[in-house]
Design a protein around this ligand. Structure first.
Ligand code: PLP
Length: 392
């Protein structure tokens, strides 16, 4: 019996453990100080009333013989997939129900999709990056090439035609940077993928934070993307489902490689290894798309976005370079005076009693950058913004 030795090539990631350790050490030494955590990557507002109502009703249905449900369809119930189809149609993206796969979240799908690709493919990921894209490919032993996201390109790297890659990861709005690609930039990626016969894995987990109509919320708003892209989306940040678990993946029927439909392969993979998302959760997810549900989740998203604006305002006033904070819950800024991400972490904790996430934890280009999130309470954000203003 041999293990998958690729797992031994995984780098230990102590980022959040180290943040937690330093934070608790500081709290122990300074018990009277109120520390504000702007490092949270999780939502804090509860589920909206429409979702709660739909899930409560679904639980009651499950308790009656006439309406009880056992295993559901592998791709998700039609009632939810129809809502997702209509949601895309509002942005002029026409989908077939067969192209929509409901799952327990974007993390699972963005990882599991690799099952249907050869381990010989080369992979391109931006640096800094959401670490899941890297680690899941290391587990399979694929070769990873990094493209630089930095101040020069405002953390929105574009394709380098001299480099070939088979699998390309894009995340917009981006975690950790909050940067968002425009149509022209995404078109360059789609053209590059088509020229290279490559596939784009497009993570749109934060699309609901885009309120600027001039920005694309789906890769399928770009012509040609249905021949080279898969999109991963999630109810986690849109509707506070991080603990409930639900997401969806769009695999176009036109997407073929070596004469094989990726949609068919993914269906085969899911129907073999996955038994669907619970009926109760899918009812809750469908309620997000009702007009009341949409208004309620928008209210929560706007709350987070207003928080982001308050933090961004301080950085603008202090003339500190940053991206994000507008169409994203993340604010990514340059540490002042050229200090390292961890030096700035210590400085901010000791002088402002604010916790954030050192950018170096997301890749080498994250060094000397820092991530703050807007998922906190308004009063905390206001206090943190005041403290930031004093120390920056
Ligand atoms: N993709 C990105 C870029 C994320 O930041 C996250 C969560 O933080 C996920 C996917 C995971 O989403 P889910 O909760 O749907 O698994």
């Amino acid at each position: 019996m041999k293990i998958n030795s690729n797992y031994l090539n995984l780098k230990d990631n102590y980022l959040f453990a180290d943040v937690a350790k330093k934070s608790s050490e500081f709290a122990e030494k300074n018990p009277t100080v109120k520390v504000i955590n702007l490092g949270i990557g999780d939502v804090t507002l509860p589920l909206c009333p429409e979702v709660v109502k739909a899930m409560q009703y679904a639980v009651l249905e499950m308790g009656k013989k006439e309406t009880f449900k056992g295993y559901g369809p592998y791709q998700g119930y039609d009632f939810l997939r129809s809502e997702i189809k209509n949601y895309y149609a509002r942005r002029n993206v026409e989908l077939d129900l067969d192209e929509i796969f409901v799952s327990d979240g974007a993390k699972s799908d963005v990882s599991n999709i690799l099952d249907v690709f050869s381990k010989e493919n080369s992979v391109m990921v931006p640096d800094p990056v959401y670490p899941v894209y890297v680690d899941t490919n290391v587990m399979d032993g694929r070769k990873i090439q990094y493209i630089n996201a930095n101040e020069e390109n405002d953390f929105l790297p574009l394709p380098d035609k001299s480099i070939h890659s088979d699998i390309i990861y894009l995340c917009s709005p981006n975690n950790p940077t909050g940067a968002v690609y425009n149509y022209k930039q995404l078109k360059q990626w789609v053209d590059y993928a088509l020229d290279n016969k490559a596939i784009i894995l497009f993570d749109s987990a934060y699309e609901a934070f885009i309120s600027d109509d001039s920005l694309p919320r789906s890769i399928f708003e770009i012509e040609g993307a249905n021949k080279c892209a898969i999109e991963f989306c999630s109810f986690s940040k849109t509707a506070g489902f991080t603990g409930v678990r639900c997401g969806y993946t769009i695999v176009p029927t036109e997407l073929t490689f070596e004469g094989n439909s990726i949609n068919n392969l993914w269906f085969r993979r899911q129907s073999t290894k996955f038994n669907g998302v619970s009926y109760v959760v899918q009812r809750g997810a469908a309620a997000v798309f009702s007009s009341e549900g949409m208004n309620q989740v928008k209210e929560n998203i706007n709350y987070y976005k207003e928080n982001a604006k308050l933090i961004a305002k301080v950085l603008t006033e202090r003339k500190i370079y940053f991206v994000g904070g507008k169409n994203s819950p993340y604010i990514w800024f340059k540490c002042p005076d050229g200090i390292t991400s961890w030096e700035f972490f210590d400085f901010l904790l000791e002088k402002a009693y604010v916790i954030g996430t050192p950018g170096s934890g997301f890749g080498k280009n994250g060094e000397s950058f820092f991530r703050l999130t807007s998922f906190g309470e308004r009063t905390d954000i206001l206090n943190a913004a005041g403290r930031l203003k004093n120390v920056l």
